[in-house]
Design a protein. Structure first.
Length: 368
């Protein structure tokens, strides 16, 4: 199973001194899916400023938000076209004389990438001697395993904004020329996968910048993987179920408040990080929320129909925004109760007279 530690181990090598990237290749693709130009270079022969910028792109792909922006995916056994394309790219080591071996991989991305506008496909070839690690996490020495992989990044290329610039040579302001600039990657991949500090040839790591709407077409057709949802997608689908079942925005919000609190408390227990929630458990959580009880069966049925057989982890369904709002609501209720208590005590001390201070508290309670 992929962990953020695996990603961190690869990511920390993306420095000028730490990298062992051998070559960089890529193609520039137009909005009409036409190849406009290509590049293929020895990585460390590039100007130092360019090396730094390319390493930043590689780091962006190596997201530590595992199961959300970074997914560990299984390539379907029958999808030989995708497997051969990835294997050919790796076997070529991105060498210029074997550049044709990259065509199949480029074509799979171009045919299945859903993107508006021009974009750059970058491929990095890297070799990592995986060191042995002691129980305390300290690196000991080079191990027996060598991890050779291709890291890919898909970067939109867009025009800079129009504007006026100052020309130092003429000491005058003039219209600024618009340039095509490579943006941060929207998708990326690493093959073969690196999970539990070992090579997984049947798996691929897939990066998406947008965890709400990742490019499933590219995942499933481009790379031939078994469909998987991001943690954000699972949470959004679950929240939509609650709304459709109750048909009440107010009640939906109340349920989400209480569920966020229940799930948060559940995750405080040791070893619960990997806990998945089955339909019956979802039903029980909702049954505990007073007026939502009548919707528990319906929501549980919708949950089972949507996610069976692989149910979301509890952590994926935790809406942290709702949790913060719920905590703020609880705090507000505490303040209101405290003010009411203070008001009663002031009236009592004034022998039943509703004093000016008591009235100020009354006015404040109406506003909170």
């Amino acid at each position: 199973m992929l962990s953020s530690k695996d990603i961190s181990e690869l990511r920390k090598r993306m420095t000028l001194k730490g990298t062992n990237i051998t070559r960089l290749a890529g193609i520039y693709v137009s909005n009409e899916k036409e190849r406009m130009t290509s590049l293929n270079e020895r990585f460390l022969n590039l100007p130092e400023e360019e090396v730094y910028k390319y390493l930043d792109i590689a780091k962006e792909v190596l997201s530590r938000k595992v199961e959300d922006r970074m997914l560990g995916l299984t390539i379907c056994e029958e999808n030989r076209t995708q497997k051969y394309a990835l294997a050919d790219a790796l076997e070529s080591k991105l060498n210029l004389e074997k550049e044709r071996k990259l065509d199949a991989l480029y074509n799979l991305i171009i045919q299945n990438k859903a993107i508006a506008g021009n974009y750059l496909i970058l491929l990095f070839h890297d070799v990592y001697d995986v060191p042995k690690v002691a129980a305390d996490g300290k690196e000991l020495e080079d191990g027996d395993e060598v991890y050779e992989y291709i890291l890919g990044a898909i970067c939109p290329v867009s025009l800079t904004a129009p504007g006026i610039e100052y020309d130092e040579a003429t000491r005058a302001f003039k219209n600024r020329e618009r340039d095509w600039v490579v943006q941060k990657p929207t998708e990326g991949f690493i093959w073969p996968a690196f999970e539990n500090r070992t090579v997984e040839m049947e798996r691929i790591l897939f990066y998406t910048k947008d965890a709400k709407e990742p490019d499933h077409n590219l995942m499933e057709l481009g790379f031939g993987t078994i469909p998987v949802l991001t943690a954000t997608e699972e949470r959004i689908k679950f929240e939509e179920m609650i709304f459709y079942a109750t048909d009440s925005e107010g009640l939906t919000e109340k349920i989400e408040y209480k569920l966020a609190d229940s799930i948060y408390k559940m995750l405080l227990d040791p070893g619960m990080e990997e806990k998945t929630l089955k339909p019956e458990e979802i039903k029980n959580l909702i049954m505990e929320i007073g007026e939502a009880e009548v919707y528990a069966d319906k929501i549980a049925e919708m949950y089972e129909a949507e996610f069976k057989p692989v149910y979301p982890k509890a952590a994926h369904l935790l809406n942290e925004r709702m949790l913060k709002r719920y905590e703020a609501y609880i705090q507000q209720e505490k303040y209101k109760n405290l003010l009411s208590k203070a008001q009663r005590e002031i009236v009592s001390l004034a022998q039943g007279e509703f004093t000016e201070t008591a009235q100020e508290i009354e006015d404040l309670l109406k506003r909170v």
